[in-house]
Write a protein that binds this ligand. Structure first.
Ligand SMILES: *Cc1c(COP(=O)(O)O)cnc(C)c1O
Length: 423
């Protein structure tokens, strides 16, 4: 499936029914699976053979999403989780323990920022945030002897800054570290970070991958090209006492990282993607290439319209010719997704008036689904960040985040125009 076009992979990958089996992926709503011999079960437990035995470790419906996402990104394997946050937490746990350190760009999703800056710090895992636009030698100074990986977001939520993935990949390679990219907003349709030197990709499937605001989900995908047996990752390259001395890198080769993320981290933390959510996400992935194109086209048209509007102070969408991000967007993205931010002339009150006047577009926390929505991050999604952290993450007080849906563009523009009249 890997050498097929992305549209074909999105529809067909992950589920190849045999004669008489359902054409559509079934929902395997079962925690448990039947075996006839205790030897078979023992071998499954010891990871000597592959197979489903308990849905906390793997499930046939969830496996379809894992295979499809791995094929879409061009990875060797994937593990799905209950949410994007669960996936990112598992990622860090799979690479780090207390006393370790990693480097992250500062322009990332607020939930990830909190996880990195506060929760993981309490567990003894340290992060250094860097400015993703800083020169390479500046960012390199953040790398320490105990650094385990470098992290960045392709298209940041909500500030839609485009990451120079190849710059971070050069730094990671020079320091022999894996580069991890959160590719939630572009999805593999608009960007494939593995083609630019990333080693691992994480997603919140909750956003465009599901795309209909129906299900939470997250996933880790490994390209399979980073050598985890280089001595920096003893948990991957030395015997695991909870599996009778199994060695992930030795026994599973390029799949070692993914096997550990499942058999160790998912087993112990239990943040499994539910089969019904996997079914919905898998079905929605079938239309991902069509949807990403339309989201990007609609957002560009609305952004171009607002840019000319006398009541709009500024607008930030990397697809606009006026955007300083345009060159990076052209290099890395086949479209800039449906999300942008802008500021209305005036203060926070004018922003509220505008948002309250919208009729078609709703005020929602969620981004990246079929329905157009707006949000004021400073008072909602990012309100738990300190003023200092807000500034670091680029959350201005007047900033309005727009998530452009799949409605007809003329109807979306008409709604924004009538709301701006009221300001
Ligand atoms: C939403 C989001 C997350 C967290 O995902 P959940 O599924 O909400 O837990 C992580 N990264 C990015 C870029 C996001 O937009």
């Amino acid at each position: 499936m890997q050498n097929k076009h992305i549209e074909t992979i999105a529809v067909q990958a992950g589920w190849e029914p045999k004669n008489g089996e359902p054409r559509v992926t079934p929902i395997v709503q079962s925690t448990t699976f039947r075996y006839t011999s205790s030897k078979e079960l023992a071998d499954l437990f010891d990871l000597k053979v592959a197979g489903h035995f308990y849905t906390r470790l793997s499930n046939p419906t969830v496996e379809v999403v894992e295979k499809k996402m791995a094929a879409l990104e061009g990875g060797v394997g994937a593990v799905a989780y209950a949410s994007g946050q669960a996936a990112t937490t598992a990622l860090v746990m799979n690479l780090c323990q207390a006393g370790d350190h990693f480097v992250s760009t500062a322009t990332i999703y607020g939930g990830t920022f909190n996880l990195f800056a506060h929760t993981l710090r309490k567990l003894g895992i340290e992060v250094s945030f860097v400015d993703q636009n800083a020169p390479e030698d500046e960012i390199a100074k953040a790398i320490r002897p105990n650094t385990k990986f470098i992290f960045g977001e392709t298209l940041s939520n909500p500030s839609v800054k485009v990451l120079d993935i190849e710059k971070l990949a050069r730094l990671a390679r020079a320091a022999d570290l894996p580069l991890v990219i959160d590719n939630t907003f572009p999805t593999p349709v608009l960007c494939r970070p593995f083609d630019h030197g990333a080693n691992i990709v994480v997603h919140s499937l909750t956003k465009y991958s599901d795309g209909h605001a129906s299900s939470l989900g997250g996933i880790i995908i490994d390209k399979g090209d980073y050598n985890f047996a280089n001595g920096k990752f003893p948990d991957l390259s030395l015997p695991d006492p909870t599996y009778h001395g199994l060695v992930y890198t030795r026994d599973f080769g390029a799949l070692g990282f993914i096997v550990k993320a499942r058999a160790h981290i998912l087993r112990d933390t239990g943040a499994q993607l539910a089969p019904l959510n996997a079914f919905l996400i898998n079905m929605n992935l079938e239309t991902l290439p069509l949807r990403m194109q339309r989201h990007s086209d609609n957002a560009l048209a609305l952004a171009q319209h607002l840019e000319k509007h006398p009541k709009v102070a500024w607008i930030n969408y990397p697809g606009l010719d006026s955007s300083p991000e345009k060159p990076l967007a052209e290099k890395y993205l086949k479209g800039c997704s449906g999300v942008f931010t802008f500021g209305i002339k005036g203060d926070v009150k004018q922003a509220a008036k505008f948002m309250d006047s919208l009729k078609l577009a709703a005020q929602v926390i969620h981004v990246a689904d079929a329905r157009t929505g707006v949000l004021h991050p400073a008072s909602t999604s990012h309100r738990q960040l300190s003023d200092e952290d807000k500034k670091t993450s680029g959350i201005l007080p007047e900033l309005i985040r727009v998530t452009v849906g799949l409605e007809h563009i003329d109807d979306i523009i008409a709604d924004f125009d009538q709301a701006l009249e009221n300001v």
